[in-house]
Design a protein around this ligand. Structure first.
Ligand code: PEP
Ligand code: MN
Length: 278
């Protein structure tokens, strides 16, 4: 019996009932504020970490000027070593709430752990599960019970079917609004920070009804790769791109090597908009 589209899904995962397409046209469109995710190609731009209100508000003004409806920015930053900037914490959440309401933008910010879900659900529109938490099952189950859409980032060590299996935990608890994000995987290649799995993201689009977004910033780790990768991402037919942008990348407190400035972001959006798929 054919349970899903396409017919050939690894046997290990053929019990995923909720995330797989039922037919070729099956897609989950997510409505948040007055905006849609899963329909037109979207841009989610903003700093890695929110450093102060002014820089986040300047980001919001830039987005409004360019008719972009989605802002990213971490309040609680999960870092790779204990000695780097960890964000503004709850003060950052208040900044997100104030500015995203004022400019009617959809905000994305990472939930560092289960304990922060309750405070974050009323302050942030889309709760992001970072790569480090992709298989934190108790957190995924708790996120299945909130009303917010969830962005689930792929762990650099996970297959695309493992990513889908993690998403299934959220849907299985009753939250259908999950956005998947490819952000680079670990391979033998060390020239770039990670390896962007563009083919994996396209394959995901074929098998899941959930929107797929690509984050080239963490995959590449270097700003000069962002523009060409963004053009490839737009041409690939996924649902959008999430990019780290900072008004002064050299001064960024986290991930400064990969942040693009406002001018580069303007160019990126204008180049991507010229690429028409059909
Ligand atoms: C981020 O988006 O700033 C981030 C930490 O990403 P990831 O969880 O993919 O490493
Ligand atoms: Mn970052």
């Amino acid at each position: 019996m054919i349970k899903s589209y396409p017919e050939i899904i690894s046997k290990t995962f053929d019990d995923l009932k909720l995330v797989l397409k039922k037919n070729k046209a099956d897609k989950q469109i997510i409505k948040i504020k007055d905006k849609l995710i899963g329909e037109d190609f979207i841009y989610i731009l903003g700093p890695c970490a929110i450093e102060n209100k002014e820089m986040y508000e300047n980001t919001a003004k830039f987005l409004i000027k360019h008719n972009i409806g989605f802002i990213r920015g971490g309040a609680h930053k999960l870092r790779t070593t204990p000695y780097t900037y960890e964000g503004l914490g709850n003060k950052g959440l208040d900044i997100i709430k104030e500015i995203s309401d004022k400019y009617k933008l959809v905000s994305f910010s990472e939930v560092p752990g289960e304990d922060e879900i309750d405070i974050m659900k009323d302050k942030v529109d889309v709760l992001v599960v970072g790569a480090r938490n992709m298989q934190n099952v108790s957190m995924l189950k708790k996120l299945g019970k909130v009303k917010n859409p969830i962005m689930l980032k792929r762990s650099p060590g996970a297959t695309i079917m493992e990513l889908l299996a993690s998403a299934e935990f959220i849907l299985n608890e009753g939250n259908p609004n999950v956005i998947l994000c490819e952000r680079g995987i670990r391979t033998f290649e060390t020239h770039n920070r990670y390896t962007l799995d563009l083919a994996g993201a396209i394959a995901l689009k074929n098998i899941t009804k959930l929107p797929v977004i690509i984050d080239p910033s963490h995959a590449a780790g270097r700003r000069e790769l962002i523009l060409p990768l963004a053009r490839s991402i737009k041409a690939s037919g996924v649902d959008g791109i999430m990019v780290e942008m900072h008004e002064n990348p050299e001064k960024a407190q986290s991930d400064k090597m990969q942040a693009i400035d406002f001018k580069e972001a303007e160019r990126m959006v204008s180049d991507c908009e010229k690429i028409k798929l059909y």
